[in-house]
Every structure is written in structure tokens, then in C-alpha cells.
Design a protein around this ligand. Structure first.
Ligand code: TIU
Length: 239
């Protein structure tokens, strides 16, 4: 595998090829927290089958390891609220009739509260030194967070996404990023929804109309791009 960060690689993606350089691309892993993928957390409190989400963990883990090995930078996000709920709009906490509301005590601590066991990223995908962890109060990772500034400091222009759930926090964040000028690609088998039909629809929405929100590709296509012999930048940037 080439270790050059500035050379252009191309992912065989839909609706068309996605070129990127590792130096200006981040892998963004959305909300792979116990609260969404384990029984007794926020996702389960909403009545969902969390087992559906657990199925992507090995794929996401393999992708994360390959990305790190290639020298790529990683951003992890966590959805959650301050213990006093001052950053949780009542409209979010009071909506519907969940079995447990945000802030209520559950088997993994208080539901969707920062610092509680359920708020943690699952061990298989735990962040390591040098990676950024963004705590977000909303579904999108740009709202109420320093993500934009952190990406600008590193001259990041391209984002690859994995995580949960496809049509809620992943798609919301992709749309926020797309409006801010980032080229975004969703790794198809690195994301999952509690509703398979919603996942399929989100994929189609994202890549429709000539990549109106962004691109999608299977993890195998991303791995192939990482392993392919790197081409020099066309305008002579040193590899
Ligand atoms: N992370 C994320 O997607 N938060 C959600 O609330 N997702 C649901 O699908 N409920």
C-alpha cells in the first residue's frame, strides 16, 4: 500500500467516480455509541431492534483499521446531552412516547447523557490518540459543535461517512457538510438504519440528480482505492 497522503486516489462510486487525497479527506464515523447499538439505550427506548445496527460493526472496524493504516485522519461523533439537559430542547426530549426519555436512568446509565456508559463509542471502534471526537446535541454534526473549524484547520475538503443511523444522523450530517462545500461519500455497508427501507431510500436520495448530496460506494471500493498504486497529482504537487 502506498503511504503517500497527497496523491489522488479514485473510488469506484455512484453516481460517478470519487477522487480524493488522504491528506485532505477525513473518515467521519457517526454515533457508533452503545446508546444506539446495544439493548437498553436510546435507540431501543424508541422501540427499535438494535440488532440490525450491530451487523455493520465488523465492516466498519475493518474500514477504520485500513484507513488508519493508510495514514488517514478520523473524526468520531457522539450524540448526547449535558447532565443538566440545558442543551436538549424540550421538543426533542418530550416528543413521542418512548419507554425512557433522554436523561432518564436506564441499564447503561442516563439515556443519551454525556459521560454515561451508554454514551460511549463501542470498543470495536474506539477513538485513538490524534483522532477528533465531536460531541453533538443534534442529529447533524455541524450544529452546535466546533467541527467546521476543525476541518478548516486541517484543510479537509472531502469526507467519507460511516455510522448510524443512515437516514437520521448520517444523512443530516452529510447534508450539512454538502451545504458547506464538502465532497461527501457514504460507505454503503458501513452504515445502517433501524428501517432497511429508509437506508435504501437514503442511499438513492444522496446520489440522485448527479450526486445532489454526495456519493455512495461499498467499503470494498474504498479499500481498493486505498490499495491501488497512487497516481501523482496532475498539477505537480509532490507525492
Ligand atoms: N445517531 C442517530 O441517528 N440518532 C438517532 O436518533 N437515530 C435514529 O434513527 N433514531
Amino acid at each position: 500500500m502506498s503511504t503517500s497522503l497527497n496523491t489522488v486516489r479514485t473510488i469506484d462510486a455512484q453516481p460517478f467516480a470519487f477522487p480524493f487525497a488522504l491528506a485532505s479527506t477525513a473518515l467521519v464515523i457517526i454515533d457508533m455509541q452503545r446508546d444506539f447499538v446495544e439493548p437498553g439505550g436510546f435507540g431501543a427506548s424508541l422501540g427499535n431492534d438494535v440488532g440490525l445496527l450491530q451487523a455493520i460493526v465488523p465492516t466498519a472496524q475493518a474500514m477504520l483499521h485500513a484507513w488508519r493504516e493508510a495514514g488517514g485522519w478520523v473524526v468520531h461523533t457522539r450524540e448526547g446531552h449535558l447532565p443538566d439537559l440545558s442543551d436538549c430542547p424540550p421538543a426533542k426530549r418530550l416528543r413521542g412516547a418512548p419507554s425512557l426519555r433522554i436523561g432518564d436512568p436506564g441499564p447503561m446509565g442516563r439515556i443519551l447523557i454525556r459521560g454515561e456508559p451508554g454514551h460511549a463509542i463501542i470498543p470495536e471502534l474506539a477513538p485513538i490518540d490524534g483522532e477528533l471526537v465531536i460531541d453533538k446535541p443534534g442529529k447533524g454534526a455541524f450544529y452546535g459543535t466546533p467541527l467546521r473549524e476543525a476541518l478548516q484547520v486541517r484543510d479537509i475538503t472531502h469526507l467519507l461517512f460511516m455510522g448510524v443511523t443512515t437516514e437520521v444522523c448520517v444523512q443530516t450530517t452529510m447534508r450539512e457538510a454538502n451545504d458547506r462545500g464538502y465532497d461527501c461519500l457514504l460507505i454503503e455497508d458501513g452504515t445502517e438504519s433501524y428501517f432497511p427501507g429508509f437506508k435504501a431510500a437514503a442511499m438513492e436520495m444522496i446520489r440522485a440528480q448527479g450526486a445532489i448530496v454526495g456519493w455512495t460506494a461499498p467499503s470494498a471500493a474504498v479499500l481498493a482505492a486505498l490499495n491501488a498504486p497512487a497516481e501523482p497529482m496532475p498539477h505537480g504537487v509532490a507525492a
